[in-house]
Ligand binder design. Structure first.
Ligand code: TXA
Ligand code: MG
Length: 318
């Protein structure tokens, strides 16, 4: 595949993107969390291409993106908890893992032959418009080579996947900046991945605490592997001061002389939106064999998702 087309988020661009997807090609598109690498979730070939383009070491289940809750109900069994969460947070950065309904037509590669399916209705207007133009479910992991930092701009997608995918719809920078929160509902409600919807907000709607799944349940997800979201440089966490030679990423007041800042005012929403872009910037500044130090981030609200990604960025590399 010689060139990756950059498409505008207008009618012509989306119609071209939908045509490519119908032909079984891959098109990256913006969501409110990160850019997704979209492929027809009903096509074995398209889904296999997703794994190939990302260089994923093995088949892991993918999130299926839908335009609305009605389309999601066709694929997954919604109980009362799922209905309440969908009503409260869709469209938005929440993924529900539900029992898979029979005869959905989904490729078995999407679910990795599990009896469950991960469903999400994204809030980004370009994602919604593309899903409607395409008219089917889109499997979409983050649009980055496996193990690297997730893309929050079209340029990040091109950096990692140029020539490996048919197109990318350029919808500017992603507002949320970390991936969706994943809640498992095929048993007691469990937090499988912290993300764009704070776990506290989900617990408030459910009326009880979530079980903490994370890495203790079977690590089917690349998002659950210890080292993930890794920049090239070594990463040191909770660094209230940099050591000589480190590129320091600050957060909040007291980090005025940091090289980069996630949020000067200590705003966690702003920090999440900046996270992956600043990790890339810091990596560039640090250079080969460089080192990055990151200021402490509070472990609450979106801070849980940010710290989760940072711990993976700092974990020993395989
Ligand atoms: O924000 C997001 O969720 C982004 C944007 C593009 O929508 N997508 C994303 O997809 O992060 P991906 O493929 O990188 O993450 C999929 C995660 C994996 O950690 C996988 O284990 C989990 O979803 N997952 C998918 N199906 C599952 C299932 N049936 N049971 C448990 N986990 C599942
Ligand atoms: Mg990812």
């Amino acid at each position: 595949m010689p060139v990756t087309e950059t498409l505008r988020p207008d009618e012509a661009g989306l119609s071209r993107a939908a045509d490519l997807l119908r032909a079984g090609e891959l098109v990256a598109f913006p969501t409110e969390t990160v850019y997704g690498l979209g492929g027809d979730a009903r096509s074995d070939l398209a889904v296999a291409r997703i794994y190939e383009a990302k260089g994923r070491p093995r088949f892991n289940p993918l999130i299926v993106h839908l335009p609305d809750v009605d389309a999601a109900r066709v694929l997954g069994d919604f109980d009362q908890r799922a209905e309440r969460l969908a009503l409260a947070f869709w469209p938005g950065p929440l993924t529900l893992v539900l029992p898979l309904r029979p005869d959905t037509g989904l490729s078995p590669y999407v679910t990795a032959e599990l009896p469950t399916v991960a469903l999400r209705v994204p809030a980004h207007p370009v994602a919604s418009a593309l899903l409607r133009a395409f008219g089917g479910p889109l499997a979409a992991p983050s649009a980055n080579p496996s193990g690297r930092v997730s893309p929050t701009r079209a340029a990040h997608v091109i950096e990692g996947l140029d020539g490996r995918i048919a197109g990318v719809v350029d919808g500017g920078a992603c507002a949320v900046g970390v991936e969706s929160t994943i809640i498992g509902l095929d048993g007691p409600a469990v937090l499988l991945r912290p993300g764009g919807v704070p776990a506290e907000a989900i617990e408030a709607v459910l009326g009880h605490p979530l079980q903490q799944g994370g890495s203790t349940v079977k690590p089917t997800a690349p998002g659950q592997l210890a080292s993930h979201y890794a920049p090239g440089a070594a990463v040191r966490l909770t660094a209230s001061r940099p050591e000589p030679g480190e590129v320091w990423i600050g957060f909040g007041p007291g980090c005025e002389d940091a090289d980069l800042s996630l949020s000067a005012t200590g705003d966690l929403v702003e920090a999440a939106a900046n996270l992956f872009h600043l990790l890339r910037e810091a990596d560039r500044l640090a250079g080969p064999d460089g080192r990055i130090a990151i200021a402490p981030i509070p472990e609450a609200g979106l801070g849980r998702a940010i710290n989760d990604r940072l711990r993976r960025a700092a974990a020993p590399r395989p």
